[in-house]
Structure formats: C-alpha cells, structure tokens
Design a protein around this ligand. Sequence first.
Ligand code: MN
Length: 142
Amino acid sequence: MDTNTMTPNTVAVIPLDVAPRFAGPADQFTGAVQVESLFYADLAGTNGGGMVRFEPGARTAWHTHPRGQTLIVTAGEGWIQQEGEARQTFRAGDVVRIPPNVRHWHGASADTAMSHIAIAEFVDGESVTWMELVSDEAYLGE
Ligand code: MN
C-alpha cells in the first residue's frame, strides 16, 4: 500500500506494519532517533504526521514549521525550546503547540527516552525547514 496515493474518496485503514520507518538523518537530529511516518498529505493535501522516538539525549536540529506543529506526547519526558526562551519540559499525555515560523527544537530529556506524534501542515510541499544542530550547551540549558 502506498499511503501517498490512496483513493481520496475511499476510507482507508493503514495497517501498522506499512508505515515507513527510518533513522532520523544526522543533519536533522542529534543522537538516536527513529521516525515512523504515520500519514501524509494524501487527502486534502494539507497535513501529515509521524511518530518520532528519541533515546535519552536525542533531539531535533533547530527548525521552523510554516503552519506550526502540534506534538502529542505518547511516552517519556522531553524538552522543547523556542529560541530566546527558557527550555520547557513535557511528559506523556501532554500536547505541545508550536506557532508558525518559530525557531525551536524538541527531543528527549538527558536521562529519559521520549516519543511524540508530530502533526504539521504543508506549504508548497514542505512542513519543516531544517537549520543547524542543537549544541550540547543549548540542549542542556547552559
Ligand atoms: Mn518542531
């Protein structure tokens, strides 16, 4: 099943084992990160979502989202920082809202793995703009 080319007017159940899984690329993530693509901009062409699993200490690079992003935290404890603001902690069950075009990073805390479902809308085929990796000093809030 190609989840990108499903018939728009037909209800589709996407089985668990067809979701593409891949390691977070080293230019977009620090540490051990597994990405599982759950759904794409396949119907109205506007959004997509994925499960992202971060091992302790792992985090995204700095990045922005053109229409913002919602994180539904499914396991563990993580950190998020908006540039220029203090780092914040979130835990399983929390929902994190990220406004459009705000530079930020998110990931696991230093000692605890974390998983979240990330949902973002696409603009011109892109839902994220990647920037530089997060330094250890920034990650640790030093
Ligand atoms: Mn983000």
